[in-house]
Design a binder for this molecule. Sequence first.
Ligand SMILES: Cc1cc2nc3c(=O)[nH]c(=O)nc-3n(C[C@H](O)[C@H](O)[C@H](O)COP(=O)(O)OP(=O)(O)OC[C@H]3O[C@@H](n4cnc5c(N)ncnc54)[C@H](O)[C@@H]3O)c2cc1C
Length: 461
Amino acid sequence: MIPETVLKKISDIVGAKHLKTAEENLAEYGTDASKLEFMPEAVAFPASSEEISRILSLATETGLPVIPRGAGSGMSGGALPVKGGLVIAMNRFDRIFAIDQDNLIAKVEPGVITAHLQEAVEKVGLFYPPDPASIKISTIGGNVAECAGGLRAVKYGVTRDYVLGLKVVLPTGEIINTGVETMKGVAGYDLTRLIIGSEGTLAVITSITLRLIPLPAAKRTMIAFFPDVSSAVQTVSDIIRNRIVPTILEFLDSLCIDCVREDMDLAVPEGAGAMLLIEVDGDEGLVERDAKTIGEVCSRGGAVRFEAASGSESANRLWEARRNVSPALFKLRPHKINEDVVVPRSKMAELVAFLDELARRYGLPIPAFGHAGDGNIHVNIMLDRGDPGQLNDAQTVVKELFKKVIEMGGTITGEHGIGVTKAPYLEMEISRAGLDLMSRIKQAFDPKGILNPGKIFSQTI
Ligand SMILES: Cc1cc2nc3c(=O)[nH]c(=O)nc-3n(C[C@H](O)[C@H](O)[C@H](O)COP(=O)(O)OP(=O)(O)OC[C@H]3O[C@@H](n4cnc5c(N)ncnc54)[C@H](O)[C@@H]3O)c2cc1C
């Protein structure tokens, strides 16, 4: 329980109407897209770095756990108060300060919704490429804290590739600026990169300077159906071997196709066992040429159908369907364990064959979809958590999956982070010496361990 005296101080900092303590108002902050549940004791809605600084100083003084939260779309439980304490919701940090067309940078607060920033920069012919499938709900702060990827990462990279600098509040209350507001800068250690992807465990981000690029003039969306997964993923490699790096190269297996086919309003050909969604962008001539070559590569790769989307409405419908895959999978079973492993692109077919084997061995549906261009596959172990046998089998599947992925030279998470769900498995990938160094870094930032405790390091759960 947070002592009344501490709550009173927090209320004085943010104002009584920006502090929630009544149980019925806390429930939505006790869960996220991981569907785990941990209730906070209070939720504060600060509006400035100074307010956060005062809250964190108080927390360091009193040992109060503080958990930063964006939109709660995180898949690994990063925003959940697993040790109780105070959630600081970043909703009021929702301003776009500047879109600087001379220097191609944007300065934003972390609570800005990703899609809103994209729309704002596109209005002036600029482009902020990172586009997690959750763009309509996720915040830029949550994207930076998780180093979110997304559909366009194959060509444009991930969130970290666009962050030039940050303003952050340290757990001890100091406010610092990291990085630069220029195109280059190497002064001192790269604290910006350290904080990106640190999942709200090192500092609270209160302002972000982002790099922008010119908006490509044209784009083309294509869809290709293949008889099986191996011909689809072989075609992914063949497209890239032809020196084309599409903006997007997404893959869905047959179980995923079945779950979204109604939303897609598109006849799925007989015998389709896998699907690729492909987008290229650039100037009109290049887009024409790349689309033509991709059509030829898909035909040679055994595509049973290849089509270019006719107009932006039909392209939007395809992307909408892709964004809905994750929730649509609940048609298969009421719960899922969702992993986002990455393997070298050339080994994707081997990984998907391994998933089929696991699905058969344990009798659980394991649909897979994801960012084929990056080798980043979202593996969904569907189950009914109420059945202890299924839960036990699903957890065994996770361990076997991670073991295989690491043997293949991959990683257990490409973009969703470790959070709470993957904390017990981190030591499968990171050596003891590496983990010790990470925990010393955590200690240097957060000597009292008050910021988002119970995340990343399993021993602190
Ligand atoms: C349908 C769906 C599709 C998705 N697709 C993708 C995808 O394609 N690619 C991808 O990468 N992710 C994807 N995600 C996961 C999720 O959207 C991202 O991880 C996103 O970056 C989380 O942003 P958020 O604002 O919801 O953060 P939250 O879930 O609220 O928080 C995530 C983490 O960030 C920390 N945090 C939030 N704000 C701050 C801050 N200001 N300072 C410090 N720490 C902070 C939290 O403490 C927590 O650890 C998807 C999720 C859903 C539900």
